[in-house]
Design a protein around this ligand. Structure first.
Ligand SMILES: Cc1cc2nc3c(=O)[nH]c(=O)nc-3n(C[C@H](O)[C@H](O)[C@H](O)COP(=O)(O)OP(=O)(O)OC[C@H]3O[C@@H](n4cnc5c(N)ncnc54)[C@H](O)[C@@H]3O)c2cc1C
Length: 399
């Protein structure tokens, strides 16, 4: 959606296909990072974003070995936005879609699912799709961009090679009622072998509960009462409302994956966001990375698209620009899987943990030099090599 908006502002004819009829998908993360907030300002959408109901996260606490925690203090960030905004992602997408519709060359088609690629002489020249009425069709394009997430049908059809990295976790995703006295924004609970992340969405919490990769079927077989007990043990304040999760139908399994394409493009085709590099939820940085990819792609592709002459080298430049941020961010996620997630799943971290009690080297370092907390804050809220709106996409606040 971000790429569609930026290209349309450059005067490029662009069609965004979204397989669902609306953006109301629970699975989307809620984070709008400091660098994305700056980008929205540059696009003239900052005021409209601020007017939407949202929560603000200024501090995060990440459990480390030895029952210490890493405090990520976003107040140490440079720039105008020293926080992460929490807003259900459908509101952000609606905002971008509305801005896109103001551009004459922008088309958004909802309920249209891409089912395959159109090829001519070895080059991708568009997509095959099925629309909401069940009719099949084809759409030709100078460039097809796969932005269809971590189970991308487009990249599967492309034949591009995928490099998979193992992950230790999957997520159970469910809702619990929220009361006014409950914590706001984002909160984490860590206990014996479990981690629970709570996203405040006003009247309810969207809850992510981390389980061992591949353990979903076995845990479901224990029954919904065992699930209730598990959550109540970790967050006793929810014991009186966990019954709101009536059956396993209310608990969705989100399969986590971490992978990357060694090459993000083929003639006529470019993969971005999770379609190029599926992100783990750890650190909540995947949305930001996908948005930054889109900005880089718009910058490098707008002129060749306007000229009607997009070469393989133009697509390659996007990957070259975004490869280092992707590699570094995914490497940090892998480190966090080893240093935090695996010990949590093994019951070594948290209130009831049995793990080492000696403060980790990282915890000792951060305690000694608190200003170093600015590094994780920067990595989470701004990210490596943040992108800024190209001049053709910039608008004043009132536009
Ligand atoms: C459990 C979990 C929690 C997460 N929480 C966070 C978080 O809090 N913060 C964060 O930054 N990251 C989070 N992430 C990572 C984040 O979700 C992704 O990195 C990010 O959404 C990638 O954005 P994207 O635009 O590439 O793909 P997506 O957000 O997955 O968007 C893909 C879009 O393509 C559409 N689509 C799919 N297939 C087709 C098709 N065939 N035809 C047409 N449309 C199609 C989908 O409906 C969807 O709208 C989380 C990941 C998981 C697994």
């Amino acid at each position: 959606m971000m790429l569609g908006l930026l290209l349309a502002r450059a005067g490029v004819r662009v069609t965004v296909l979204e397989k669902h009829d609306d953006f109301l998908r629970d699975f989307r993360g809620d984070t709008v990072h400091a660098s994305t907030l700056t980008l929205l300002d540059e696009l003239g959408l900052g005021e409209r974003f601020s007017a939407m109901p949202h929560r603000v996260v200024q501090r995060m606490q990440v459990p480390l070995q030895s029952s210490t925690s890493l405090v990520v203090d976003l107040g140490l960030l440079p720039g105008p936005h020293r926080h992460i905004a929490m807003v259900p992602q459908w509101h952000l997408l609606d905002l971008l879609a509305e801005a896109g519709r103001r551009e004459p060359s922008f088309t958004l088609r909802m309920g249209v699912e891409v089912t395959g690629l159109l090829r001519e002489h070895g080059r991708v020249v568009g997509v095959r799709y099925r629309d909401a009425g069940g009719s099949d069709g084809g759409l030709h394009a100078a460039v097809t961009v796969a932005c269809d997430g971590r189970t991308s049908a487009v990249r599967a059809a492309s034949g591009l090679r995928v490099r998979e990295f193992g992950v230790p976790l999957d997520i159970w995703w469910f809702r619990l009622p929220r009361r006014d006295v409950d914590p706001q924004g984002f909160a984490v609970r860590v206990g014996d072998g479990a981690l629970l992340a709570m996203i405040d969405r006003g009247s309810y919490f969207q809850v992510g509960y981390q389980i061992r990769k591949g353990s979903d079927a076995r845990l479901r077989a224990e029954g919904i009462e065992a699930f209730h007990r598990r959550i109540a043990a970790l967050a006793p304040e929810f014991a009186d409302r966990i019954g709101a999760v009536r059956s396993w139908d209310d608990v969705k399994l989100l399969a986590v994956r971490l992978d990357r394409l060694p090459r993000w493009f083929n003639p006529g085709l470019l993969c971005l966001g999770d379609a190029a590099h599926a992100m783990s939820p750890v650190g909540g940085v995947g949305i930001n990375l996908a948005i930054q990819d889109a900005v880089a792609a718009a910058r490098y592709l707008a002129a060749p698209l306007r000229r009607g002459d997009v070469r393989l080298g133009d697509l390659a430049r996007v990957q070259v620009r975004r490869w280092a941020p992707t590699f570094l961010t995914q490497s940090l996620q892998q480190l966090a899987h080893r240093a935090v997630i695996q010990p949590v799943l093994a019951g070594e971290l948290g209130q009831g943990g049995t793990g080492p009690r000696r403060p980790s080297r990282l915890a000792r370092l951060l305690r000694r030099f608190p200003r170093l907390q600015a590094i994780p804050a920067y990595m989470v809220a701004i990210g490596v090599l943040p992108e800024h709106a190209p001049s053709f996409a910039r608008r004043s606040g009132s536009s």
